[in-house]
Design a protein around this ligand. Structure first.
Ligand code: ZN
Length: 181
């Protein structure tokens, strides 16, 4: 199980049980036997950017688990009351302290095994000076042949970087919808 099972009802605090609700549902849910609240669990959105400067992209060395010390694109969980684009921009500021202009979406990656959807936007850097936050050990630019492919933190980041450099070579950017299983 990739997410900790729900133990207590969010409404009344009673212990829940996992069962298929009686309303025609087909999946097991955490159902409260006391107040009958059904707790629906759905995928989380991870939003981020491919910040680029000329022929280089900005990667951040992670100062947090999981994958401490591995390189990633700036990305994180979307917050309530923000759009995907706002979340991606926020993460880029928080993790890299970068200055940039947000551009088009480049990848949408479903990761059903962990119940997540990752979305990456292009971000055109307007400065090559970075001020990374506490989640980042180091933020620096890499050309394609400098990318530490064996040290990339997540497969969604590797797939996005591959699509980005391929699009650059072709001179044509489009949205890639990918399934990571
Ligand atoms: Zn309850």
């Amino acid at each position: 199980m990739f997410r900790t099972p729900i133990k207590h009802c969010r409404n009344c605090g009673a212990s829940v049980i996992y069962r298929v609700p009686d309303d025609g549902d087909t999946r097991e849910r955490a159902v409260c036997p006391a107040c009958v609240t059904i707790h629906y669990e759905n995928p989380l959105n991870v939003v981020g950017t491919v910040p680029y400067w000329g022929d280089k992209v900005l990667l951040c060395k992670r100062n947090i688990e999981p994958r401490w010390g591995k390189w990633t694109l700036p990305a994180g969980f979307m917050e309530l009351n923000e759009t995907t684009l706002e979340g991606a921009a926020r993460e880029t500021v928080e993790e890299a302290g970068a200055q940039f202009e947000m551009e088009d979406l480049i990848t949408v990656l479903s990761v059903p095994g962990v119940g997540q959807v990752h979305m990456f936007y292009l971000a055109r850097l307007t400065s090559d000076v970075f001020d990374p936050g506490h989640e980042t050990i180091e933020a620096r630019l890499f050309s394609e042949d400098e990318i530490p492919w064996g040290e990339i933190a997540f497969r969604t980041v590797r797939e996005t970087l591959e699509r980005y450099f391929e699009a650059r070579r072709r001179g044509a950017f489009e949205v890639h919808n990918l399934d990571i299983r």
